[in-house]
Design a protein around this ligand. Sequence first.
Ligand SMILES: Cc1ncc(COP(=O)(O)O)c(C=O)c1O
Length: 410
Amino acid sequence: MTDSQFDHQAIRSQFPILDMQLGDNPLCYLDTAATSQKPQCVLDAMNEYYVQNNANVHRAAHQLAARATQKYENVRMQVQHFIHAATSQQIIFTHGTTESINMVAHGLTEQFQQGDVILVDGAAHHANIVPWQALAQRTGAKVIPIPLDSNGRIDLTAYDDLLTQLPKLVALSHVTNALGTLNPVNEMVAKANKVGALTLIDGAQAVAHLDIDVESIGCDYYVFSGHKMYGPTGVGILYGKLNALEILTPMLTGGEMIKTVSFNGTSYGELPNRLEAGTPAIAEVIGLGAAISFLSNLPKIQIRQHELHLIQYLQQQLSQLGDISVYGVTTDNDNIGAVAFNLADEHHQDVGILLDQQGVAIRGGHHCAMPLMQSLQIKGCCRASIGVYSNQQDVDRFISALTEVKSILL
Ligand SMILES: Cc1ncc(COP(=O)(O)O)c(C=O)c1O
């Protein structure tokens, strides 16, 4: 699929920041996995909320509050349909993936005891590791990493073996942020369900690229952030099966989440409010709704093919450059959104800085996935990542800038 086979420019032109000049160079943005750029419709929706509808939700009897509440609750239904959840009660607004996972890990404290096993994807983002370690510390449970193969992918045989330990919970990434590798979550969740484990899927790197169907995945919890799917920062989602949400002890208590309060005792409200204490990020939720509309209106098949083509083109161009190690790629060619690499023995930070001097924004570091880096026996790597707005010129500019970096460093 080439850009000319559908009007890709019409999509790209909705992102005003992409016209930016950085010094002498136009911006070449290849750091979408860290955060995506925002289309004008998201900026407009947030602005419109503040200019025309600003009021607190759920509280007052006045018209403005009713309008704000309706817009806020409409987004809950939009998210429900977007990820194919059965009811909107299962959609909890949070501030992002990190908070969503912490809410689950904190909320399950009373369900865990000494010796319980938590299996965690060995390639997970720290946000999907550290909250489980903290839960283990509180309860005496133990966290066991699911081993990876030499490509940084989950070793499915090792996973099967670990399931014989009857874990209480399995935490997986849908798509890994460092390498863009796709986990077979449907199959892995089905196996975990068979041994009675709860399952949490971190979808932060998946929602902007794949169709998500939480019912068919069958997981107990699915979490993601608005800012990686063309929405604003400060909003995220915790989806859960109703019974899986009901067993969570609220991490935050206070206003909005109660039924009655007295100094003799307080009772908590129903889902979803029970897990949404305090004033939520209303404008951000509305911005997320605009991002979902934006994503839903894209020509889905063409965009998927476009992204796949770009990633493969990126991998191909990198390997032709020479002196490049690419991580996490197999003959399945199923990487999503990102390519991780190193230039010879050069430090990823030096490569990133020299690319930035040419206007090319990529990410260098451990990508909040230190255990994965340890497993690949590297300190860190560079990562170029794409979004719906990325095009072949971005890849060509990146490769020509990297050629320049190579001539400086090698
Ligand atoms: C796979 C994955 N999980 C979790 C996170 C944390 O997301 P947030 O910082 O939005 O909470 C990220 C962010 O990079 C991620 O890529």
